[in-house]
Design a protein around this ligand. Sequence first.
Ligand SMILES: NC(=O)c1ccc[n+]([C@@H]2O[C@H](COP(=O)([O-])OP(=O)(O)OC[C@H]3O[C@@H](n4cnc5c(N)ncnc54)[C@H](OP(=O)(O)O)[C@@H]3O)[C@@H](O)[C@H]2O)c1
Length: 308
Amino acid sequence: MTRILITGASGLLGINLAQEMMTQHEIIGVDRGKLINAPFKVLKADLSNSRSMDSILDAEQPAWLINCAALADLEACEHDPDSARRLNIDLPAQLAKSCKARDVSFVHISTDAVFDGDKDGAYTEDDAPNPRGVYSQTKLEGENIVLSENPRALVARVNFYGWSLGGRRSLAEFFVNNLMDHKNISGFTDVIFCPMLVNDTARTLVKMLEKKLSGLYHLVGTQAMSKYQFGVEIARKFKLEEGNIAPKSVLSSSLTARRSHNLWLSTHKLSTALGGALPSFSTGLNEFYAQHQQGYPQKIRSYQQGAG
Ligand SMILES: NC(=O)c1ccc[n+]([C@@H]2O[C@H](COP(=O)([O-])OP(=O)(O)OC[C@H]3O[C@@H](n4cnc5c(N)ncnc54)[C@H](OP(=O)(O)O)[C@@H]3O)[C@@H](O)[C@H]2O)c1
């Protein structure tokens, strides 16, 4: 059993990662006060002060620290670039240094959005990033500073979907919630990405840690599709009305943060390092549906403040 600190434990990745790991490991989550009923230890800290983790590291002495905390909302980053810099650059930089000084294995979560999307095909870890907005720029700077401060760190560029604490964080929840309410929505046909069930992301991260991988890896789904197609796949799996999803171009949306059209990432480096294929899209979607049928979303939501 390994003692693992997870920052951003209330987030979409953090809560599912803790949920996946807690059966075999000792989990200590760090959050700002949302988690009151979690089935693992939770410490409260505001991470906009990047040194606030030092005393926690000294007191808890984890073997691993997985940094899932971020300002991960693209629009929020455009409106508040200072906070984006604090959370997406200064915090991981400090965590990388602090973990190195204490011999704690450090994992930092980055994003598929560091690329401009102009490539015809899948991006590898060797392709040059070219971020398009504040979120992706700060995430790229975060990656670079982590790996220069702590070359033994592991940086994973991810994209995932799943059930979140608030019930509205992931794109998949957006489709499920609206289609269940019989609402008409749209899905972008010109944004290609590689969605992975967040529980698959969590389980793969554990394997990467157990293999003691370090450096930069793409950890995304193995199937590239448009956001519209993703919505259709969810509608079909949940037997909801796919006709309620209108195909739409991201160029006609009211979103202000610039987005790449192509977020197709190759996972060849990671599957080679792990010695086997990553989970498929269809097994992830089947599990996402099974979780819904088995009350997993309600279980996750019951961990938060104000849950009935
Ligand atoms: N969702 C995706 O598909 C996706 C795609 C690409 C990359 N990523 C990356 O994956 C990682 C996790 O993303 P996510 O979707 O799980 O994000 P999320 O749901 O927005 O979670 C972010 C976490 O950071 C915490 N946080 C933010 N500001 C904080 C502060 N000042 N002090 C303490 N905690 C703070 C949040 O706490 P509160 O709950 O209190 O706000 C939350 O727990 C991020 O690095 C993100 O860039 C995600």
